[in-house]
Design a protein around this ligand. Sequence first.
Ligand SMILES: [Zn+2]
Length: 303
Amino acid sequence: MLVTLKEILSESVAKKYAVPALNGHDFFTAQGCLLACEQMNRPLILMFAGDFTFPADFRQDVHLRMLLEMARSAKVPVCVMIDHAGSYELCMRAIHYGCGGVMIDGSTLPFEENVALVGKVVEAAHACGVSVEAEIGHVGGYEGTPDEGIAKPQFYTKPEEAERFANLTGVDALAVAFGSNHGPYQGTPHLDIPRLTEIRDRVGDLPLVLHGGSGLPDEEFSKAVAGGINKVNYISGMMINCADAMREFSNAQAGKRLTSRQMLEVGMESVVSETRHILEVFNTQTLTIPVSETETVTARRFQ
Ligand SMILES: [Zn+2]
C-alpha cells in the first residue's frame, strides 16, 4: 500500500521506533528491501535521489513510477519519497510524479532562508496531501568530499532552533544533526544523545530523522531510536555491502560463466538479510492504524 511520509511515521513517536529509509535507486535493491519488510510485516520508506542527477536518458520519471507501482502492490505500507531536494521546483516535480513525501534540504542556508524555503514547500505539498521532511543543523559529508567521514559539531542542531523551526514551518518530519555523517565514517562515530533527547523534548510528537546511518554501530542506532529518532536514512552502507556480496560471489565463480541476473540476485539476497537485521535494530513495528484517505490524494492518484 502506497502511503505518505506522515502516515508511515504516525505511530513511531509514541511507540519509540524508527522506520528504515532505504535505497530505491535500482529494482533489485528496492525489491530486496520490500521482500524483507513483507516477510516481517513492517513498513518501508523507499528513497530516490532528490537532485535528479542521473543522465537525462536514465528515465528517472519511469524509474520513479516503477517504485510507486511496487509500493501500491506491496503487502505493507510503503512511502516513496525524494531525498535532499535542493529546490522548491524539484519538490513540485516529485509531487507531480506521485511521491508521498519530499525532503527539502535548505540546511546550508541561514535559518530564516531555510524557514522561508521549507514553509513554501510545506504550503504547496500539504495542499496536495503530500508530507514534507526538512533539515535543521547540517549533516555533512559525502563520499569524496573534503569532510568525508567526520561529523562537525559546529553544525549540530541547536535544540532551541529545532523547536522554532518546527513551529514556523509546519514540517511533518525533521532531520537533525547530532554526530552522524553521510557516507562511510573515519574512526568510530559517537552520537550526541543528550542533544537528541533535548530536541525530542522540545518538538513534541514530531518525528525526527537520522541521516548518515551507514557505518554507525548497532548500539549507536539503538541509542538514537531510544532517544527519539523515528526514521533512519540507511543507503550507502547497504549499497557497499551489496556490492561486496556480489564481488565475493564473482570471485568464487572465477573461470565459470556468470550472468548479470545471477549477480543481481546475490546482491538482492544481501539486501534482504541486511534489511531484516536493521528492522530489528531500529525496533521497527507493524503499523496498526488504518491510513487516512485524505492524506494520500496526490500520492495515489496514478492508481
Ligand atoms: Zn541525507
